[in-house]
Design a protein around this ligand. Structure first.
Ligand code: ADP
Ligand code: MG
Length: 247
């Protein structure tokens, strides 16, 4: 515990909440598959960034989390890898039944962000499958994509949805898939999402969840609106802050 506190000080990481898991200084300090570590190396990603040091073990521990970190700090990996490994582990336990809806969901404020996140996830999912892990399907659910393209992925089966709020709500309203089995939610750039007027949409989407879930909320800033939203939507979250925002 004392060692954890010293390390957080060393890396200027603030972590608030009960039973904060120890940070990792190296990707190998966590149960991350070696093929993923190799893949990250090939992308020039050798050591975790501050938000990854504390965000990865927190997400892997199953706790709700609020992550506050500046742009370019590597937030995508901090939430993508845990949600992907969650889907892999679930698939190992109980093979996915086609058409039952996603196990996890990532909501982004813009199409471009959703697409980037989708491509990142897809690449890591392929690396895992190539290494013998079960296939994890990812559905990109954004405006501007033809329904035919989306149905193609829908029919192949998918575990994770990456979406923008508008298109997602539309698909849920039309019962294209259900969130009955969804137990993992990640909100990326929550501050931007609220600034863009998506708060009600996100609340409506959360209303479709039937099961207890793990929720990660990532934001560059922490205005009161986000605090209030988080208080209502997360359970006993660990707050990880690596910037000046809200400090
Ligand atoms: P954010 O969402 O916090 O703005 P991103 O997740 O988009 O940041 O990451 C920004 C860039 O940093 C990306 O090009 C990503 O590949 C790279 N990156 C992520 N993690 C690391 C790391 N640990 N080491 C080096 N580069 C990284
Ligand atoms: Mg980002």
């Amino acid at each position: 515990e004392e060692e954890s506190v010293a390390l957080r000080e060393k890396y200027h990481i603030l972590a608030d909440g009960k039973d904060v898991p120890p940070l990792i200084e190296n990707f190998r300090d966590m149960k991350i598959p070696p093929c993923i570590i190799e893949y990250l190396l090939s992308k020039g990603i050798k050591t975790p960034t501050q938000i990854q040091m504390q965000g990865l073990p927190t997400a892997f521990s199953g706790r709700d989390m609020i992550g506050i970190a500046f742009t370019g700090s590597g937030k995508t990996l901090a939430f993508s890898l845990p949600i992907l490994m969650f889907a892999v582990e679930e698939e190992k336990k109980l093979p996915y039944i086609r058409g039952e809806g996603p196990l996890g969901m990532i909501i982004c404020p813009s199409r471009e962000l959703a697409r980037q996140t989708y491509e990142n996830l897809q690449a890591m999912a392929e690396v895992l499958e190539h290494d013998g892990f079960p296939r994890v399907g990812v559905l990109l659910c954004i405006g501007g994509i033809s329904m035919a393209e989306q149905y193609h992925t829908l029919s192949k089966g998918f575990h994770i949805v990456v979406a923008t709020p508008g298109r997602l709500q539309d698909m849920l309203d039309k019962k294209k898939f259900s969130l009955d089995c969804c137990r993992y939610l990640c909100l990326d750039e929550a501050d931007r999402m609220i600034d863009m007027g998506f708060e009600d949409d996100v609340r409506t989407i959360m209303g479709f969840f039937k099961q207890q879930r793990q929720t990660l909320l990532y934001s560059a800033t922490m205005p009161q609106k986000i605090r209030t939203f988080a208080e209502e939507s997360l359970i006993a979250p660990i707050v990880v802050n690596v910037g000046r925002a809200g400090a």
